[in-house]
Design a protein around this ligand. Sequence first.
Ligand code: ATP
Length: 303
Amino acid sequence: MSEPEGRGADWTAFVPADPPQGRGTSDEGRRRVKSAPEASGTTEPLLEVRELTVHHGQLRALDRISLRVFPGEVYAIIGANGAGKSTLLRTIAGLHRPTGGSVLLDGQDVTRVRPERRAARGIVMVPEGRRLFGSLSVEENLQVGATYARKGPWTIERVYELFGWMRDRRTQRTEQLSGGEQQSVAIGRALVANPRVLLLDELSLGLAPIVVQRIYGMLPQILATGLTVLLVEQDVSQALRVASHLQCLLEGHTTLEAVPSAVTADQVEAAYFGLNLQAGSAPAAGERSEPLWPGSTRSSRAS
Ligand code: ATP
């Protein structure tokens, strides 16, 4: 079996996301609004990250990041290149060891739990770049995903029902598939592990907008089976379309936590680019002035 392409041997992690309470509120530009425990009918988060700090060598990639994701929620992490989004997801999956802070699943501290054990407990990632085994068939890749599976509604058959084209092409090598098809297999591989929390890292990367829409269009069917989703997106409009809660990172720091409907496009842009935005002010010279996503205006709501 050849290794999936990309950095690190982290494929075990894909098999198998209210502002944080009691956290400092003084950071400028951070917005604290209520999350969606009411959406799930519970006040306890399914996934919680507390004051997570992660270093890559000397680089502090994440600096005391906290988040609480409630059952049934879609929580989106946005941010520019290098903001630390993937580092956050990979640390939650157990692929990076934090230098501070903790990760809790259903109130249990899993910070020291190995990636495959986290997968077996329900934290499953669809990694950036998909990281399929290209020389293996569609079905073989799905079988890999079932290695650490929990009991639950998702089977390979169910994945074939979700992605109508997949059953007929189950013997095809995944390296022969289009980018969108590969992404679907990567999602299917995560689903057959029956995750409680599905971590989605940049699903839209390298895909045509129509393909991205089609893939995100599957989300309601996936959520209907009881999953909770924490996703990372550079495509802000896409993230805002699906998220019930949003956190923006910039150089490893939280610059915004919000319910999308409670923030303006200005605020999201300011958080994304680190602008010190005053109400009604224009960006300074050299700062970006065009809309961050199609259809946004500088005073429109972000949802
Ligand atoms: P992108 O959208 O470009 O993937 P990101 O927001 O996901 O960006 P990360 O990939 O988490 O950001 O990277 C955060 C910082 O950590 C960047 O400066 C990056 O260069 C660095 N980094 C990430 N992974 C490693 C690694 N394995 N070794 C060293 N530095 C790393």
